[in-house]
Design a protein around this ligand. Structure first.
Ligand code: CNA
Length: 316
């Protein structure tokens, strides 16, 4: 459920108010809610911009999708994982470096101002920037799991499959299936030997009766139709009373339940948006509109904070 926050706090009207909020924030009290817009300058397209993934999917005509969002639909993945894997290389996070916006969040952390970074991004650039108080609400490519059994592996194990547009399969399920096949083949051979040939045959198709594929590895990114980890609710419940400011960066706030962070915070917690385009469906107190990297660099200059430079993202 999207909890909308419509009312604006009247005392926050100018960019100086935003600077003041940053300057006077108590220790560990700033929540940053970030999205794909803080990674576009790294070369990773977002979803909903004019040149974003949804527009590309629609324009390419290569994928037979009613809605470009379906590329990340769990049900569709289970029926047709090859569709996702024919495309996944486009969004796989390889060789990207954090942007000034990631470094700004890290700077908030090194200045002991960051309460938590709730990120919707799956590119792991926050961790690469050295941010430790980060919750990857939609998971990441860092690990992958089997859709059938509990098997989990490091994401890099399926990197080659992703790059070569192949569907990665679960080694545990493969082992099980090959030993099942052996057993069944053995039984068949025995029946044959005993002269009781059976017409029944086993199938090596890794498919359920309902057509869903089994034994497939899926990156641990949250698809539409999947629940968020319970960490999200747990952190939000404890952070809500400690927040002095919510900074929303590079997100259209279209995806629930992460968008509902805005509505879950007490009404006297100001909300400042840093984004290329305005967000109108959820009330925020201040909108700093433009390129996120330029805005944060400007804020750093005005606050007299030394920015974290390229290559030193992990430095304190
Ligand atoms: P979105 O809906 O595509 O919105 C992105 C927002 O960022 C838009 O409002 C843009 O105007 C804005 N924006 C784009 N570039 C900039 C920029 N340089 N400076 C300032 N603002 C900019 O994406 P959301 O993050 O809101 O939606 C959540 C989805 C996107 C999550 O499920 C993610 O997993 C998914 N996603 C993540 C990545 C990534 O990890 N980098 C990439 C693409 C999609």
């Amino acid at each position: 459920r999207l909890l909308q926050r419509r009312s604006k706090l009247p005392q926050y009207n100018t960019v100086d108010d935003a600077l003041q909020l940053l300057r006077t924030a108590p220790p560990e009290s700033i929540i940053v809610l970030s999205g794909a817009g803080i990674s576009t300058s790294c070369g990773i397209p977002d979803f909903r911009s004019k040149d974003g993934i949804y527009a590309r999917l629609q324009e390419s005509g290569q994928y037979d999708l009613d809605d470009p969002q379906d590329m990340f639909d769990k049900e569709l993945f289970l029926y047709s994982p090859s569709l996702f894997y024919s495309f996944a290389a486009e969004i796989y996070p390889s060789n990207f470096t954090p942007s000034p916006s990631h470094k700004f969040i890290r700077l908030l952390e090194t200045r002991r101002l960051l309460l938590r970074n709730y990120t919707q991004n799956i590119d792991t650039l926050e961790s690469l920037a050295g941010i430790t108080r980060v919750l990857a609400c939609h998971g990441s490519f860092a690990t992958a799991s089997c859709v059938t059994c509990a098997f989990k592996c490091e994401g890099r194990k399926i990197e080659r499959d992703i790059m070569e547009r192949r569907v990665p399969t679960c080694p545990e399920c493969e082992k099980r299936s090959s030993s099942q096949q052996q057993t069944q083949a053995h039984k068949k051979a025995k029946k044959h030997k005993n002269g009781r040939r059976s017409s029944s045959s086993y199938s090596d198709e890794e498919e359920h009766d309902d057509g869903k594929r089994t034994g497939i590895l899926k990156p641990d990114i949250t698809f539409f139709g999947e629940k968020l980890s319970s960490d999200f609710d747990r952190h939000l419940a404890s952070d809500r009373s400690r927040a002095s400011l919510l900074l929303v960066m590079g997100t259209s706030l279209q995806v629930a339940p992460v968008s509902s962070v805005v509505g879950h915070l007490p009404h006297d917690v100001p909300v400042v948006l840093i984004n290329r385009t305005p967000v109108l469906h959820i009330g925020v107190d201040l909108m700093l509109l433009g390129e996120a990297d330029l805005i944060v660099r400007w804020l750093e200059r005005r606050l007299g904070w030394n920015p974290i430079e390229a290559g030193t993202a992990k430095a304190q």
